[in-house]
Design a protein. Structure first.
Length: 203
């Protein structure tokens, strides 16, 4: 479980697990290609409708030979296929989207703030990032309690989630905020370079 992020743990905690259909087998079909395509589902649907409409108008207005008929038939088939794949991609995106978090009551916010305070104290005491399992072990809470507290801290910007490249596990540290003890926040490279450069003085 330590190899998963807290966002993935939310999906694992749901009563119904949604499996990745792309990993079902090595075969690639049109549906898989549509889901992996960088094109948006709206573009696919609109392009398919345009092709199908153009083919229908051409078939209604003109009388063509064999090649013209084949071209019009291809436009209708391709257009209909793009519409189908676009709608399939839209449904796949809706299924893959995480469920929206409900609004917390006042009592739940009080509980989560207290849990967050205790987790920050543990992280400050250890002075090292901890895995999800280690936090469950130290706090002696249930996995659901630790998960809800970490998600609450992450949404409030109080938590740093990072991947330990040595172990391949996701670890968590407290973000340094005003009045909140914790580890120093990670800096972007540009911020590190600007801090390391000497200050320019006017002569």
């Amino acid at each position: 479980m330590a190899r998963h992020r807290v966002g993935e743990l939310v999906v694992d905690s749901q009563p119904v697990a949604v499996r990745d259909v792309d990993a079902a087998g090595p075969e690639l079909d049109l549906k898989v290609l549509a889901r992996r395509s960088p094109l948006s589902w709206g573009f696919m649907v609109s392009t398919g409708l345009a092709l199908a409409l153009g083919g229908s108008l051409a078939a209604y207005i003109t009388t063509t030979g064999f090649f013209g008929t084949a071209l019009i038939s291809s436009m209708l088939t391709t257009g209909g296929g793009l519409v189908f794949l676009g709608l399939h991609k839209r449904r796949a995106l809706e299924v893959a989207a995480p469920p929206p978090m409900r609004a917390l009551s006042a009592s739940e916010q009080v509980v989560l703030r207290e849990r967050s305070r205790r987790i920050r104290a543990i992280l400050a005491e250890t002075r090292a990032p901890l895995t999800f399992e280690r936090l469950v072990e130290v706090t002696r809470w249930t996995s659901e309690a630790v998960l809800s507290a970490l998600l609450f801290m992450k949404e409030r910007g109080e938590l740093v989630e990072d991947l330990d490249l040595d172990t391949g596990e996701w670890v968590y540290a407290a973000q340094e905020l005003e009045g909140v003890p914790g580890t120093a926040p990670s800096l972007m490279l540009e911020e590190r370079r600007s801090r390391s450069e000497p200050l320019e003085t006017e002569e």
